[in-house]
Design a protein. Structure first.
Length: 428
């Protein structure tokens, strides 16, 4: 027996307010309406294909220039999905460069502290190998060659770090690991719509930054899926967000630009819509501080058009694993999904704010951060159960409702790129 639950019309909203009756499959018939397979979420072979087809052949976000404020500032990034570690550094010419974190003498990892698997940061005018003391300048060239008479010919002097191509988008650093170099610029890869999406936002004012990391036993795409629809919110997050109870979400269509997309959350956060006393005291909610910053963000015209007034957030997804959210009235979230295995991932969340003017604003921001992370933990905790269910292989395929059109688009983009890569290998 199937029990149907009908939600009153007045509770149907556009991810925050309003009504929307257009069916997404009518806007994007190329995505189809059939069942989809989650085999790629439980298959080690699919994970190996994704490493090459998606991550090695795409522009990947690896950080933000806020982490490199001065000449010699550096940080490392562990990229297990590509079996590498990189150093990002601001050179004497103030240019940002990235290098594989490997000494070219005997292959020792060059920059690390405590444990070689841990990321680190600092400031240095040269990088010295812990093994034999060879030193490399900020542009990757050999700078300190020990025992120079003991080398054959110019082999020692010719040593240099292997540079990784990087480009910047509004302060966000993207790297490309494609063999032979990038096939296109970051701007061409993103497309003009997303490349210009933040033109109306004063990103230079967002100098306060908070970073969070966590690992879970889940395929990276299942978390990507969870953050690609709001339909689950009225169930999974109903205790943390009382305003979401008894609500059926109806989001307006997303814009798809090749593998990338722009998703809109319209409406407004109701005044006084707090779940806990701490929210009321601090003037914060799960959508962040409700205290307006020094310079309030207007609705990004690239997502909403020039006349949009009521909005909660807009999410820009840069394929395959980076999402940026702009929240009203003025803060920015980014998410990175880092695969570690077919059934394990690292999740990274970064939040950017304008500098707080007083304690009240700082208190509201801190509370908002805690509430956001609490809701993220709810998503993360559930996904380990999802992974276990998928790995039971009780079902071969799964249905997606019309509201989950972003998930359908994402999986099609993944499948298309894996198919193209296999054709390159002659496996098609």
């Amino acid at each position: 027996m199937v029990r149907q639950v009908n939600t009153p019309t007045e509770n149907r909203i556009i991810a925050g307010g309003g009504a929307y009756d257009q069916r997404h499959y009518e806007d994007h018939p190329e995505l189809g309406t059939g069942l989809i397979s989650y085999e790629h979420a439980i298959s080690p072979r699919s994970f190996e294909l994704e490493r090459e087809a998606l991550f090695r052949r795409s522009w990947i976000n690896v950080g933000h220039e806020l982490g490199l404020p001065k000449v010699g500032s550096y940080f490392t990034r562990e990229l297990e999905v590509l079996n590498t570690s990189i150093i990002l550094v601001r050179g004497k010419d103030r240019k940002i460069r990235a290098f594989h974190n490997v000494c070219p003498h005997r292959g020792n990892k060059l920059v690390w502290e405590g444990h070689p698997a841990q990321e680190t940061s600092g400031r240095a005018m040269a990088f010295f190998c812990k093994y034999h003391g060879l030193g490399y300048a900020l542009d990757g060239k050999m700078e300190v060659l020990r025992d120079p008479d003991n080398w054959f010919g110019s082999q020692g002097c010719d040593l240099h770090l292997v540079e990784v191509p990087v480009e910047l988008w509004n302060g966000f650093i993207f790297a490309n690991f494609r063999p032979g170099g990038p096939s296109e610029s970051l701007r061409a890869y993103m497309g003009e719509h997303i490349w210009s999406a933040l033109d109306d936002i004063p990103v230079e004012l967002y100098t306060d930054h908070v970073r969070g990391l966590g690992e879970i036993d889940s395929n990276w795409k299942t978390l990507h899926d969870a953050f690609s629809e709001a339909w689950h919110g009225s169930v999974l997050h109903s205790q943390a967000m009382v305003t979401m109870r008894n609500i059926t979400f109806r989001a307006p269509p997303s814009r798809f630009d090749g593998p990338h997309r722009t998703a809109i959350s319209c409406g407004t956060v109701p005044e006084g819509a707090y779940t806990f006393n701490i929210e009321r005291i601090s003037r914060a909610s799960v959508t962040g501080s409700q205290i307006r910053p020094t310079r309030e963000i207007e609705a990004p015209k690239a997502a909403f058009g020039p006349d949009q007034q009521d909005w909660v957030a807009v999410t820009f997804t840069v394929f395959p694993s980076f999402q940026l959210q702009v929240y009203a009235p003025g803060w920015i979230n980014t998410y990175n999904y880092w695969p570690l295995a077919h059934n394990r991932m690292r999740f990274e969340i970064n939040q950017y704010f304008q500098r707080a003017r007083d304690f009240s604003e700082l208190f509201a921001r801190t509370t908002g951060i805690a509430l956001v992370l609490d809701n993220v933990r709810q998503d993360l905790g559930l996904l380990e159960a999802t992974q276990r269910g998928l790995e039971s292989r009780v079902y071969d395929t799964y249905p997606l409702i019309d509201e989950e059109h972003n998930i359908r688009h994402f999986h099609k983009m993944v499948d298309d790129r894996i198919t193209a890569y296999r054709n390159e290998l002659g496996e098609g």
